[in-house]
Ligand binder design. Structure first.
Ligand code: F6P
Length: 412
């Protein structure tokens, strides 16, 4: 039999490690012949745009490079499948692709939107009596998938955020003038990644002094009061703010607009930090700087977590094994057994339990003041950022997997 793999949604540092996990498990299996990669997620299956992965991942070095390369080597998409009861055309195209390439199992590595594809496609195949299996492997820096203890990609992003916030703290305190630095962190509607900056407390670092999450009760008067209080204690106040905080009314007054929505109706988010910068500067008249960590927090593989990368590879392999043993419509997930020593097991659940759903940061881990998180959060986050990956470098620079041969092997 042949298998296919695709990557979908926002990139991470670990999604290629999951691809490698699927690839290696398939390579080792006596049941699998060809291993196809679908270019740009499900769009590759719709448009019959596949790559023969055995032709491009050939050596041990290729595999090592793939593991340390951020983003999605197969490309990604934010494509929402239509309801198959209303529109079967796209499903027929996908089924034709499975048939043409004799694909038996399909592993889809993605977030909550991608699990929607796993649910719909597996249901369509079951309904139409097609024997194909579809398995979801989670990923997202947002850490907002239900059921799983955490998502691959999150640990590396959290390690980058905490490390970078600490560096910003150093840089922000060089002058003898008062300042406020606002750091905007990704996570869409969930505050996990912003909250993860709290791990700096584990090494005695007091900042960020304020952490604002979408799950907290946050408003401008409250933020300004908090900052006033922190300014009385610190010359350089550091604020971590989640991109998911609803500042639309503030944005409006500051003349900032949001650009639009994607196919899943998510707002293209950015600008919370800038809006707060203007509001804080107006109120206090001190030096205020906003810093948007932006895509660096999801592609800085030079700072990735070894735990995250190893887990990402393991859950990819588990996904392939689940498909080969006949499962479909499932998503693999981590169940945490203990924090210290850190131990997890990989299990599977129905993908519909995660599709389109968001797991928010727990309200009970937000301090009553609504502007920070409790030590329970530190205990949860710390194991996920442990370990460093020794990168293959050349000329002092980390090397990435070379995609230039892809064109020659697409649709073989
Ligand atoms: O879903 C992951 C994520 O990185 C979010 O944190 C962020 O809001 C979003 O993707 C950005 O999406 P895009 O890369 O499509 O702009």
């Amino acid at each position: 039999m042949n298998i296919a793999i695709a990557q979908s949604g926002g990139p991470t540092c670990a999604i290629n490690a999951s691809l490698l996990g699927v690839f290696r498990a398939a390579y080792k299996s006596s049941e699998v012949d060809a291993i196809f990669g679908s270019i740009n997620g499900i769009e590759g299956m719709i448009g019959d745009n596949l790559i023969n992965l055995k032709s491009v991942i050939r050596t041990n070095e290729d595999m090592e490079l793939l593991r340390q390369t951020p983003s999605t080597v197969l490309g990604s998409c934010r494509y929402k499948l239509p309801d198959y009861e209303k529109d079967t055309e796209v499903y027929e195209k996908i089924a034709a692709c499975f048939e043409k390439h004799m694909i038996d199992s399909f592993v889809y590595i993605g977030g909550n939107d991608s699990m929607d594809t796993v649910v719909k496609l597996s249901a369509y195949f079951e309904k139409t009596g097609k024997p194909y299996r579809v398995i979801g492997v989670p990923k997202t820096i947002d850490n907002d998938l239900p059921i799983t203890d955490h998502t691959p990609g999150f640990g590396s992003a959290a390690k980058y955020v905490a490390t970078t916030v600490q560096e910003i703290i150093r840089d922000s305190s060089v002058y003898s003038i008062d300042s406020v630095t606002v750091i905007e962190i990704m996570g869409r509607h969930a505050g996990w990644l912003t909250a993860s900056a709290c791990v700096l407390r584990a090494i005695g670092q007091e900042a960020p002094h304020l952490i604002y999450l979408p799950e907290a009760d946050v408003n401008v008067p409250r933020i300004l009061d908090d900052i006033r209080r922190e300014r009385a204690k610190h010359q350089a106040v550091i604020v971590a703010v989640s991109e998911g905080i609803d500042v639309s009314s503030l944005a409006e007054s500051a003349g900032v607009t949001t650009a639009g929505v994607d196919a899943f109706g998510h707002k293209f988010q950015n600008g919370v930090g800038k809006v707060l910068e203007r509001i804080i500067a107006k109120e206090f008249g001190c030096k205020v700087r906003s810093i948007e960590l932006n895509v660096m927090q999801r592609c800085s593989s030079h700072l990735c977590s070894k735990t995250d990368i190893e887990e990402a590879e393991a859950i990819g392999a588990a996904g392939l094994r689940a498909a080969l043993s006949g499962h479909t419509g499932k998503m693999m997930y981590f169940r945490r057994i203990s924090d210290t020593p850190y131990e997890t097991v990989i299990e599977m659940t129905d993908a519909f339990q995660c599709a389109n759903l968001e797991k928010k940061f727990p309200k009970e881990w937000i301090t009553p003041s609504q502007n920070n998180v409790t030590d329970e959060a530190i205990r949860y986050f710390l194991p996920l950022i442990q370990g460093d990956v020794k990168l293959i470098t050349r000329c002092g620079l980390p090397m990435h997997f070379d995609r230039s041969s892809f064109e020659a092997f697409t649709n073989l």
